[in-house]
Ligand binder design. Structure first.
Ligand code: ADP
Ligand code: ZN
Length: 589
């Protein structure tokens, strides 16, 4: 409401400032003063070349030559100076004082103008800063009006929960740990897709430890006034320190700590760097005994500046992935606890139909369903409501038939991962496959297969060949099941791994008959792969290993189907399940 008035004043000030400053410049620049020595001046006076002198009591005096030009020289300040001038027919302007006053006044006005404008700008800035401060210190305190969260409010994410639970004890009894000389992580980095419960986990950590929760988001720091980001970070930590122990949560930390690409783009984000440095400084300023933990979250750990991940900073990194079938069921159950569900709602089935949903999407789904039921004044939330809500939640994504959503992708992923797992089990009995999943991980593509090669000091040629075949197993399964035309991009990182291993095996470890015992790295430097002879051998080797891999899968195709089918059904298989599926003969498929 006050805005227009203020703006007018500001405008007026700007205009008067412009006029004054141009006036000032005019006065000073229009006349070019020739600086002459006093003796020269006296010569000119005697020669009648001076028309006028402006007398004042400053250290310098100005005047005008008969030619019309201006000069400046030292003021002798002698009492008879005026008389000498007058006797030499020089006009003396003594009103000069007033001119000085006028000039002084102009100058004063000029200063005042600047001052006032400065004040306004500054005032605006402080207001902005205050506003942002207020925004930032939007402290969600665990014991304040906000809800208190505990780990019971987080379903699934078992590994992340376990990691964080250890820290609760540290926050409660930091002295205990410092007594043992244990170094406690100062910063925890939670990474994973949006809506998977990272914020929730941080809040739960604070809630469990019964300490206040402070949160800011890295994106709040983009485009703030220079230096403001850093001062806000300091203010945040100061506030947190005043509260004693606490959990400080920094969401979207990637907005602050983006990886610097070369020195050139460095200059582009100085402000971000300054904010980041302030953060790191504050973090290292904590002593282990304080019991404060900084938790940061990001969707993209790969773009983070390494400086953030160094020891003493965010040195513990916890993946918070999309929920698997079981976790989805738990999340759905959690978020329908206080909702009247009709008999026909089968949460287990719903969990099956919601693969790739994040926790936030599941929460949203149950909430939307409740909204629809309420709007209809129905007694319970039934399957119709949930069906309708389903599409609301998926807005932005293509509206497909729910059962077919991503089903094709899922099937490809299942066979791909089953391929890796089966090859691993078949090439060597010593290989353990501890987990296979078709839930995308942040690092991998569609899913992952975790295999642990036997623990030994040396790798044999056979071991490396086996590893290459395991890496090729995904693509091989795709080709066998879906045909050569339907192979996907999903194998790109596998191929990278396979190629890397093959290069090392042949070019560095001297394990290829044709390439012999030459270490090609010594000969060719890092560019082993640029040598056409090496490439030729490499291709031959990988091609032949690929054929071998396909043979293994074709011979054991029924196991491939068994594992893939089980994956489609359960999404995640553990070691014992895989062992059964990879060896049990004649399971109904
Ligand atoms: P992120 O910080 O990873 O983007 P949030 O923690 O903000 O995700 O999650 C948003 C909301 O989604 C939570 O408040 C909660 O209601 C729901 N949610 C997400 N993950 C879970 C989970 N594992 N268990 C229960 N609720 C969850
Ligand atoms: Zn793969």
């Amino acid at each position: 409401m006050k805005r227009p008035k203020k703006l007018k004043i500001l405008l007026l000030l700007v205009i008067s400032f412009a006029i004054l400053s141009s006036l000032y410049l005019y006065i000073n620049s229009e006349k070019k003063y020739d600086d002459i020595s006093y003796s020269e001046f006296m010569e000119y006076v005697k020669d009648g070349k001076i028309e006028r002198v402006d007398l004042n009591d400053g250290s310098r005096i100005r005047g005008k030559f008969a030619t019309g030009e201006y000069f400046i020289t030292d003021n002798p300040r002698t009492e008879n100076f005026k008389e000498i001038l007058l006797m030499n027919n020089v006009k003396v302007v003594e009103s000069n004082g007033s001119s000085v006053i006028a000039q002084g006044l102009t100058f004063l006005l000029f200063i005042v103008g600047i001052g006032v404008i400065g004040y306004f700008v500054n005032n605006n800035m402080t207001k902005q800063a205050q506003k942002e401060m207020a925004l930032m210190s939007n402290v969600e305190s665990g014991n304040g009006s906000g809800d208190v969260f505990t780990f019971d409010n987080v379903a699934g994410n078992e590994e992340a929960k376990e990691s964080l639970k250890e820290l609760v004890d540290f926050i409660e009894n930091p002295e205990k740990y410092s007594k043992y000389g244990a170094r406690i992580p100062r910063g925890i980095l939670l990474y994973g897709p949006p809506g998977t419960g990272k914020t929730l986990l941080a809040k739960a950590l604070a809630g469990e430890a019964k300490v206040p929760f402070f949160s800011v988001s890295g994106s709040d720091f983009i485009q703030v006034y220079a230096g403001l980001g850093a001062s806000r970070i300091r203010a945040l930590f100061k506030k947190a320190k005043e509260c004693g122990k606490s959990v400080i949560f920094i969401d979207e930390i990637d907005a602050l700590g983006k990886k610097r690409k070369g020195s050139l783009s460095n200059s582009g984000n100085d402000e971000g760097d300054r904010t980041l440095n302030a953060l790191l400084t504050e973090m290292s300023g904590f002593s282990d005994r304080e019991g404060t933990i900084v938790v940061a979250a990001t969707n993209r750990v790969d773009t983070l500046d390494e400086a953030l991940l160094r020891p003493g900073r965010f040195d513990r990194q916890i993946e918070v992935g999309l929920p698997d079938l079981n976790a989805r069921f738990k999340i759905l159950k959690l978020h329908s606890k206080n909702k009247p569900l009709s008999e026909d709602v089968n949460l287990e089935k719903l969990a099956q139909e919601t693969s790739y949903f994040s926790g936030a999407m599941l929460e949203n789904l149950m909430n939307e369903s409740a909204m629809i039921a309420a709007r209809n004044n129905d007694i319970n939330i039934n399957m119709d409501h949930i069906d309708k809500a389903f599409f609301t939640v998926l807005v932005g994504e293509e509206k497909k038939d729910r059962s077919s959503i991503l089903n094709k992708d899922k099937k490809i992923t299942a066979y791909h991962e089953a391929g890796h797992a089966l090859v691993a089990k078949k090439v060597s009995k010593e290989n353990r496959v501890t987990k296979v999943s078709i839930i995308p991980s942040t690092k991998g593509m569609g899913g992952f297969s975790m295999n642990i090669p036997p623990d030994k000091m040396y790798q044999t040629k056979k071991d490396i060949r086996n590893s290459i075949m395991i890496a090729l197993g995904g693509r091989a399964a795709e080709e066998i099941i879906f045909g050569i035309e339907n192979i996907t991009t999903g194998a790109s990182s596998d191929l990278q791994k396979a190629t890397d291993m093959a290069i090392k095996m042949m070019g560095i470890y001297g394990m290829d008959e044709e390439l012999g015992l030459v270490n090609y790295e010594v000969v060719l430097g890092q560019n082993i792969g640029s040598n056409s002879f090496v490439i030729e051998r490499l291709k031959k080797q990988i091609d032949s290993l690929y054929e071998e891999t396909k043979e293994i899968l074709i011979t054991n195709e029924k196991f491939l189907h068994q594992i893939a089918t089980a994956l489609l059904d359960k999404e995640v298989l553990d070691e014992s399940e895989i062992n059964v599926l990879a060896s049990k003969k004649c399971l109904a498929v």
